[in-house]
Design a protein around this ligand. Structure first.
Ligand code: PEP
Length: 265
């Protein structure tokens, strides 16, 4: 490792980590949601080295906004539409999210891509969210790995197609979350190995710096999501060289999330 790489690693390890709790369509009622909100509030108080972002279903945002008013927790949403208002039944605009207390939004999660969101739709959502001032967590990730490394090209195309039309200055509001589909959810057999994650982090920075400027690309935060828990969080952070995590299942477990946050410090 060269001296400048060492210095860069040291300064990165001191930066606050970002931990995004993606609740998906859970829990099924507001009472349970409030219990988990309160538990996360206690855990986050101790986690001075992390920015905790809770992304509940839309309908719980207002309640969380009140509960988290004087806390160090940020709120986010799990999706957004690209128009500000109009005849779009069932959709929620960036402005409505901000009004509900959200500062972050997840866009292009694989579960949404499977159901509705094409690359073109993800691109529109990313553009609208960033331009509205929401910190936008763009999810990318391959469904499976092949021996020839075709997934590297897949990732490159997925990232660049989502960022079409965005300029350097927009990257300040962008976070990229690498979420390999094979590592997400209860059917996943394994999380990723830290060295394989590190390889992807280097690839994402290279894609961004080839397309924009290296200095801008190096500031974009890169998160990892897929079966993160207390047992693997520390090594994924340190050896995988990511800036934090998206956490699904474990973010609904009061004890599990608390331990996982503890392991990040
Ligand atoms: C997710 O779906 O964003 C995720 C990271 O899920 P899990 O942590 O449950 O694998």
């Amino acid at each position: 490792m060269t001296k400048s790489e060492y210095e860069w690693n040291m300064s990165k390890s001191k930066e606050k980590k970002i931990v995004v709790a993606n609740w998906k369509m859970n829990p099924s009622g507001i009472e349970e949601a409030n219990e988990i909100f309160s538990a996360i509030k206690k855990s986050a108080k101790r986690a001075k080295n992390a920015t905790v972002v809770v992304c509940p279903p839309f309908t719980y945002l207002h309640s969380a906004k009140k509960l988290y008013a004087k806390s160090n927790i940020a709120l986010g949403a799990q999706d957004v539409f690209w128009q500000n208002s109009g005849p779009y039944t069932g959709e929620i605009s960036p402005g409505m999210l901000k009004d509900s207390g959200a500062k972050y939004v997840i866009v292009g999660h694989s579960e949404r891509r499977t159901l509705f969101d094409t690359d073109e739709i993800v691109c529109k959502k990313v553009g609208a969210a960033i331009r509205s001032g929401l910190v936008t967590v763009l999810c990318v990730g391959e469904s499976a790995r092949d021996g020839d490394g075709k997934y590297f090209q897949f990732l490159k195309e997925q990232i660049l197609s989502s960022l079409k039309g965005l300029q350097k200055r927009h990257l300040e509001k962008l976070i990229i979350a690498y979420e390999p589909i094979w590592a997400i959810g209860k059917d996943a057999k394994n999380s990723i190995l830290p060295r394989d994650l590190h390889e992807i982090v280097i690839l994402i920075r290279k894609i961004l710096s080839d397309h924009y400027k290296a200095a801008v690309a190096s500031r974009v935060k890169i998160l990892y999501g897929g079966s993160v828990a207390a047992t693997n969080a520390a090594e994924l952070l340190l050896q995988g060289n990511v800036d934090g995590f998206i956490v699904g299942r474990e973010s609904l477990s009061k004890e599990g999330f608390d331990k996982m946050l503890g392991a990040c410090l």
